[in-house]
Design a protein. Structure first.
Length: 156
């Protein structure tokens, strides 16, 4: 059996240009939050530019859409970072910087050593939106095991 890590993506449609005063409360904390992730127990990888964050990347045609992706050793490590560290402050204030979206985050299992791409993440988000929570694309609210993923038949 292959060993797996957990991948996550979250996207957001920003309310103003990334360098605007409206977005300052978000962008001013990116270095802190990214450094915390990089040093967090269980962290494996995160999407970033040479500048160290992903806000300049635009995998969607809509220039207001930004993306964040990471890979963690296990779902509990990701949960701890997301909801038990200062990172949660950004989640609580999300509506100050981002439009409301029905589906904006997704989790999925990746074989150890595999690094997902933004296209992989977009496909998983689209699958989650179309099919709901499944072992192929899920959320913290309804988690699936690797065994459930291996038994799951992806719907085309």
């Amino acid at each position: 059996m292959t060993d797996y890590h957990i991948a996550q993506v979250n996207i957001g449609r920003i309310l103003a240009p990334i360098d605007s005063e409206i977005m300052h409360g978000f962008t001013s904390r990116l270095d802190e939050i990214n450094a915390l992730a990089d040093s967090y127990d269980g962290f494996v990888w995160r999407l970033q530019t040479e500048e160290g964050d992903a806000t300049a990347l635009r995998p969607y045609e809509d220039d207001q859409m930004i993306i964040n992706m990471s890979v963690w050793e296990n779902i509990d490590a990701l949960w701890e970072y997301t909801y038990k560290s200062v990172h949660v402050e950004l989640i609580k204030d999300r509506k100050q910087w981002f439009e409301h979206m029905k589906v904006y985050m997704c989790l999925w299992w990746v074989p150890v050593g595999e690094i997902p791409t933004p296209d992989n993440a977009k496909e998983r988000l689209a699958y989650l939106e179309q099919h709901g929570v499944t072992p192929y694309a899920f959320t913290f609210k309804k988690r699936f095991t690797v065994a459930e993923l291996e038994a799951y038949q992806v719907v085309e």
